[in-house]
Ligand binder design. Structure first.
Ligand code: GPW
Length: 839
């Protein structure tokens, strides 16, 4: 009956609150202990960073038991394991996320609060591990969060770069890069495992020999050996005992000195050797979607892939699983082609070292690998010049030739006489200088190939990977990207989290589809009002941050129009810039014109060698320098370029956005994932029909999405017809005024040379169709402003956007990978007691 149920509830609540207070006392005790025993400080002398580290260790201590229990469960059950191979993991700060996933964020805030500290302050002490460039690396981070939350056995394998993505500052509006010394103050989240170090070979030559069974074999005599040392970071799931592992490899010299060299008196030579080895994992290449073909980059890729595959073989051995069952134990996913050398390396390990027959090895290899493609941009497709490849990986080149010969034999039978097709499918590009094509290697060596959004997968099938699709259509599938709601809502947006949880309970955090429940509150005036208050408070926080950073005043009631992402011509930050100038021209023509006040917020890094991208940053900041201070504007327009966009900064920005700019040329953005973070946090999207924008619009409905621009087939048609941007310029007076004003040097103190390269490209070639889309974009933005005037209507649309964002949880994405590609099941973890662990 209800009264006894009530009593039980009560007892349980009391139980929980007793446990909580116990947790709290224990937390406080170990926090202060760690300050003393780990940092060697007492409170009066402790810096904020000491307090951060003390708290980090307190959390780490609580992770350890889960980590050990997880390892024990996986070892005893010999469970099938996902190995996610990625050159990038853009994790973001660990402390806040671990507090959330452990369920002790609020208690920790109380504990540090009672000691006169502010938890947020301590969280900002953490230097984020920026071991990625952008979307691709961040996707890997969201995926390992979801894998742990879904209790799926998984290892993330990558490189422990000593320097992550550069720190961006602005000087006179130009990007300046500073090194990212993220390990400067130590890293409490990782554990070195030197006992599992492996040797990696480079260069040299190959030799044939006959083994004891008179079989012809090949041995690789390397010129150089480098050690790979694994550094492990626990990845805790949300409110589960599962703590998976992110295993990142650091390169070290095999001996600290070459004593031969040393004794011969060549001290400098010996030290040079060491430096050369350690350079391997020194720095992340900061190019996003731009293949540079650098030798060190190929070495990095081979280094971490070989380390990881050797590690998998070691795991097989300790679990006494025969090497023939490699593919039953491991599902190995290639995050783009960066780790695709793994196909040849696994063949080498199985054939040359494990002495398996070629066909057996090939069967295992194909069954093990899956390949995810992340781009349609031709300049991002990896190819290695043959001489370079031969120099670094002579044995792998032989193996690739053998794979290719066998593969093309089959193709010749299927497509008799179709030499053009054979040339396109070949792993080697033969016209002109010869190259190894890594996407072809990945396709041939994988049983599954996927794109990252519906449109992207369709374009792969029709275009970039058409020949492979025609050969093996059954290998292809789509896995639309997602992002983790733990970091991108719960951690980043505590106000929204409280509102949703008070409205729906907290089930949505593990099952984001439950956000649909918000739809029934759309007519509840009190709910809508609270929703608006959350957004207003988030905007006020960001306004304060911008004012501090950039010394410009920001009106939190203005429309926050945000574009944050890597700077690329195809992403078209300069289209947004043209729109700002168009609005500015309207004001100058009619200073009393009525206009919805807007704050344009930009953030993003340009690859250091990408001059046009750097000029796009300069254009935005230069427009800001005029618009922000022109008295005619009277504060109706503000332009802020926030330097050093990162995971940390993203967490401040997404929750404060009203409008999400997703304006890439149709057919260019594989998926986008920032678009999803904005949507979850209740921003409306202005976007092209590109990448996952299409699926976002499908989910929220056309009426809750601002669509503009050419469609992909229209872009193709314009290209085929011969696109003349000059005609758009001549036809549109608004566009002409904008282009002419920028071209005149108005935003460069009269110097017309500064933006000339950018304007010239637009008028002559405009490869990304800015001028073609300009009028449509401006008209759509006018519609945005009109809707924003009706605050209530805007709020309802925003709520519907959040409510309908369930599809874009990376939990959904990972469930699909697990059932449709990896064939893995969850393995719940029982928490071992102290005694279990010690037994
Ligand atoms: F070129 N992406 C990225 F495909 O951030 F390798 N960096 C990259 O180097 C590549 C792709 C690569 C991004 C895509 O641009 C973005 O559309 C997608 O959402 C993201 O990868 C994750 O799939």
């Amino acid at each position: 009956d209800s009264s006894s149920a009530g009593q039980e509830d009560d007892r349980e609540r009391r139980g929980i609150s007793e446990r909580a207070s116990l947790d709290k006392r224990a937390l406080r005790r170990s926090f202060l202990d760690n300050l003393l025993y780990v940092q060697g400080k007492f409170p009066r002398l402790a810096t904020k960073n000491d307090y951060y580290l003390a708290l980090a260790h307190t959390v780490r201590d609580r992770l350890m038991q889960r980590w050990i229990s997880t390892a024990a469960a996986y070892t005893t059950q010999c469970s099938r394991t996902v190995c996610y191979l990625s050159a990038e993991f853009l994790m973001g700060p660990h402390l806040g996320n671990n507090l959330i996933n452990l369920g002790i964020y609020d208690v920790a805030a109380e504990v540090v609060g009672e000691l006169g500290l502010d938890l947020e302050d301590l969280l900002y002490q953490e230097e984020e591990p920026g071991l990625g460039n952008g979307g691709l690396g961040r996707l890997a981070a969201c995926f390992i969060d979801s894998l742990a939350t879904l209790e799926v056995p998984a290892l993330g394998y990558g490189i422990r770069y000593e320097y992550g993505i550069f720190h961006q500052t602005l000087s006179d509006g130009w990007q300046v890069e500073k090194t990212d010394k993220w390990l400067r103050f130590g890293n409490p989240w990782e554990l070195a495992r030197p006992e599992w170090a492996v040797e990696i070979k480079f260069g040299g030559h190959t030799e044939q020999y006959t083994d004891e069974h008179q079989r012809l074999r090949v041995r690789w005599v390397a010129a150089r050996i480098v050690n790979g040392v694994p550094y492990d970071t626990p990845i805790l799931g949300y409110h589960v005992n599962t703590a998976n592992t992110l295993r990142l490899w650091k390169a070290e010299a095999p001996e600290s000195f070459d004593f031969g060299q040393f004794n011969r008196g060549d001290y400098a030579g010996a030290v040079t050797q060491k430096i050369v080895s350690e350079n391997l994992s020194k720095v992340l290449y900061p190019n996003d979607e731009q293949e540079a073909g650098k030798e060190l980059r190929l070495q990095q890729q081979f280094f971490f892939v070989s380390c990881s595959l050797q590690d998998m073989l070691r795991i097989l051995q300790i679990q006494r699983i025969p090497v023939e069952k490699f593919h039953e134990k491991f599902a190995v996913q290639l995050n783009d082609t960066h780790p695709s050398i793994g196909v040849a390396e696994l063949m080498r390990l199985l054939v040359d070292e494990q002495l398996l027959a070629w066909d057996t090895a090939w069967d295992i290899t194909c069954k093990s690998f899956g390949y995810t493609n992340h781009t349609l941009m031709p300049e991002a497709l990896e190819r290695w010049s043959l001489p370079l490849f031969q120099r670094v990986l002579p044995r792998h080149l032989e193996i690739i030739y053998e794979i290719n010969a066998r593969f093309l034999d089959q193709v010749r039978i299927r497509f008799f006489g179709d030499e053009a097709r054979i040339a396109r499918l070949s792993l080697i590009e033969e016209q002109g200088p010869r190259y190894v094509r890594m996407a072809n290697l990945a396709c041939v060596g994988s049983h599954a190939i996927n794109g990252v959004a519906d449109l992207h997968t369709e374009l792969l099938k029709q275009d970039v990977l058409k020949d492979f699709y025609e050969l093996c259509p059954e290998k292809f599938s789509n896995k639309t990207n997602g992002v983790t709601p733990r970091r991108w809502i719960v951690l980043a947006n505590p106000r929204l989290t409280s509102l949703i949880t008070e409205t729906l309970g907290d089930g949505w955090i593990r099952d984001l589809d439950l956000l649909r429940g918000l739809e029934s509150h759309i007519d509840d005036a009190a709910f809508v009002q609270r929703w608006q208050a959350v957004k207003r408070a988030n905007k006020a926080d960001l306004a304060t941050h911008i004012e501090r950073r950039l010394q410009i005043s920001i009106d939190p009631d203005s429309l926050f129009d945000v574009q944050v992402k890597r700077i690329h011509e195809y992403k078209r930050q300069h289209l947004a810039a043209l729109h700002i100038v168009a609005l500015y021209c309207r004001i100058k023509a009619n200073p009393n014109i009525e206009m919805v006040p807007r704050t344009f917020i930009f953030g993003g890094k340009a690859a250091p060698g990408y001059h046009m991208a750097k000029l796009m940053i300069k254009l935005i900041t230069a427009i800001g320098d005029v618009v922000n201070f022109d008295p005619d504007v009277r504060g109706r327009l503000k332009v802020a370029f926030l330097p050093n966009f990162s995971v940390t900064n993203g967490q401040r920005i997404y929750p404060a956005a009203d409008l999400s700019e997703q304006i890439s040329t149709a057919g260019k953005e594989a998926s986008g994932t920032g678009n999803m973070k904005f949507q979850m946090n209740g921003a409306l999207t202005i976007g092209t029909m590109d990448g996952a924008n299409i699926e976002i619009m499908e989910e929220v409905g056309k009426e809750n999405f601002f669509q503009f621009g050419l469609l992909t087939p229209e872009v193709y048609a314009w290209q085929a017809r011969g696109y003349r941007p000059q005609e758009c310029y001549e036809r549109s007076p608004a566009l002409r005024e904008v282009i002419d004003l920028i071209g005149s040097g108005y935003f460069a103190r009269g110097d017309s040379s500064v933006f000339k390269p950018l304007i010239d490209v637009l008028l002559r070639y405009d490869p990304y169709f800015l001028l073609a889309d300009f009028d449509s974009y401006v008209a759509c933005q006018d519609e945005v402003s009109a809707v924003y005037k009706d605050k209530h209507r805007w709020a309802r649309m925003a709520i519907l956007n959040s409510a309908r964002s369930g599809k874009f949880s990376s939990d959904r994405t990972i469930r699909q990978y697990c059932s449709e590609i990896w064939n893995v099941d969850k393995v719940p973890v029982r928490l071992l007691s102290q005694e279990d662990v010690e037994a």
